[in-house]
Design a protein around this ligand. Sequence first.
Ligand code: BGC
Ligand code: BGC
Length: 845
Amino acid sequence: MSVNSPNKTLLGTCLLLALAAPVAAAPATGETLKDWPRVTSAITPDAAIEARVQQILAQMTLAQKIGQMTQPEIKTITPAQVRQYYIGSVLNGGGSWPGMDKHASVADWLALADAYRAASLATDAATPIPVIWGTDAVHGHNNVYGATLFPHNIGLGAAGDAALIERIGEATARATRATGIDWVFAPTLAVAHDPRWGRTYESFSSDPARVREYARAYVKGAQGRFGDDGNVVATAKHYIGDGATEQGRDQGEARVDKATMVNVHGQGYYGALGEGVQTVMASFNSWNDRSGRVDYGKMHGNKALLTDALKEKMGFDGFVVSDWNGIAQVPGCRNDSCAQAINAGIDMVMVPDDWKAFIANTTAQVERGEIPMARIDDAVTRILRVKLRAGLFDHAPSDSRYAGDASAVQHRALARRAVSESLVLLKNQGSALPLRRDARVMVVGKSADSLSDQAGGWSLTWQGTENTNADFPHADSVLGALRAELGTRQVTYSADAAGLDPAQFDVVVAVVGETPYAETNGDILASDSVSHSRAYPQDLAVLRAAQATGKPVVTVYFSGRPMYVNDLLNLSQAFVAAWLPGTEGRGISDVLVAGKDGTPAHDFRGRLSFPWPGVPCPAPIDQPDPTRPALFKLGYGLRYAAAGNVARLPEANPDNCGEVTTLPIFNRADTPPFSLHVAAGGATQPLGNDLNATLRWPATTPVVQVRTVQVNTQQDAKEVTWLAPAQLIARSTSRRNLAALARNHGALQFDVQLVQRPGSPVKVTMQCGTGCEGGVDIAPLLARRAPGQKQTVTVPLACFAKQGVDLGAVEAPFVVTADKPFAAAFTQVRVSVDADKAEGAVTCP
Ligand code: BGC
Ligand code: BGC
């Protein structure tokens, strides 16, 4: 299953081998396993450390143990609270910086790390335990202003260079230690099988062998077995099957059999665990092995996988951290309460906001015997073991030769090399490339001078949006790189390629691509095509204008995944897949521009780490469909010497791939990723599985009350009583793209049964980020029914768009706001297709 045997399908090969192979005690690369293998870690148990752990543990109170297992987000916890609650860990989420300052300096980060550590050591515990700070350094230390951003993993996968990955792991670790942080939530070991997934770019490859090889290399570079003051703790994530979900839905359901989970999605873990990775992050997805008739449910509640497979069978002796509010997705759990997850084997809980309630609830659960003390002791043992191994008791954040050194977050030469190695040449007709050094170059396209597009998600902010080039002080865009290489006189730029005069230039370089996204927000719905031009018609228009000049067109394409680009390929003489390269545009000009003698200065090295689709509605990678073959197979990539023509490709541009279906939001219970909340004044409260809830604001005044009642079937509805201005909100942790639903005549619909007539407007809105909200007043509709009567309310998505809602990025698709007393029961909240003309639909204002 190497990159060089692209014809074999992963699944097919694994299944065939699975029938023949014996049970393995230790996994050799390429060996086929029937069960989770034993993995021997490069970091072996140390008797002195184990004795120390037990000695510390024996002195700890329950409060200290539970604090040790709790990981709040830096926005919600002060150093004083770290001390007071014996907190074991903090994290900064994507786009969270010291003092909420995007431009916080390396010194600011270090100062905060030192403050947290000092606070953790100032407790009244018999042996105070240093706090560990974790961060998403997923392509370099990407939350830090001024840090070098490496190519996202998909590009590194194309480079096919494990030694390079080790260097990048090492450099990222040093950058992280420069800011006083000791733990990175990397590497992601997903084997993505459907590029519709918004996290495809976090996956090195669809080839599990490559993921495994890189897992080992990255962990080796980053952790370095803790021999150096530039090392950090690494995380293998997201365990397990994050890349296997149906239709590439983020946080969705993996429907694969055990042979596939063990032999494909497990491979990265064998590499990482073998090298001694000290933490594993649980995944948001669930796993339903239909062939084995086992529905394992959500990973966060899955003892068979977290404890039996990972800790017992594979022998992992580090700790498992949960993902961001991931525990709440376990049935019966909430953000602040989940005995099930701890019992299943989560050792440290990422509870960004609700950590105080979590500590109280977990304490009560231990006291009531719902979580055995032995489980708590095991979790704390694991956390202490990792802290001791990583030397946290011995060094403060500032005790590293990198600490506070702003230049230590920059690794520009290494990243530049990584970029040049990651580029995959898909087409080069008539030697459009390399660019001659005396060529007059017309640069076009929205992404040519956009460091945001070049960096993608997880870049200073979580989504990688809301940045300008000024937010990346040490970086070169492709435009900047070409100007640096050829001189500004020879390079002209027109973003939209309007009115080009072919007499003025010899060649066009078009830089186009996806705009940034992260996680669920990047998902392409199964009903949408993966055509780039569907999502970005302006890029198609630019290439058409470029081609119309009659000059050769060289396209540099930024994307987090292979997309359907037949139309763009046809408009280009040369086409380079550049992935999400990060800050170092010079890595692109290095390969594009010829040497002095006109021959290539650097050859292309990259080969596809994922197959490239040739149709707008491709089959998942692991279920190849001969009627929809890949255009370029895994491992494809031209060299200058072998560069050739690509015949004109067929073009098809359907917007939809099959039926667009209903998006459920609430029906009896929360439908992930949405969850119902009530909010008033400064307080927000998730309803979770509570049957009755009251929100008070300020602390003692009840403003909104919720009861569980029947509207259609037993206990299917929430009856909400407004006593004062308040809101009922269904929201998701990430933004949803409702555009396809809108194109298909989608409407927000819900059933409502009036209890008490409203004394003010009742606004139904959608929210799409700070300051982005719009909707309609349904009070007139409600007035048509008597209390006790039920009706279905329909608000066309078009109405929300008309009221300023960005349907491409909806955070809260259902918000009900009233200012005066009012009561009604709500259920069956959904966005339905072909519903905007339903009887009684609201007419847009
Ligand atoms: C992501 C993780 C990340 C965590 C902390 C989650 O939403 O799934 O990959 O490490 O947030 O930012
Ligand atoms: C955080 C991310 C996190 C995400 C989870 C965001 O607010 O910044 O780090 O992964 O929430 O949904």
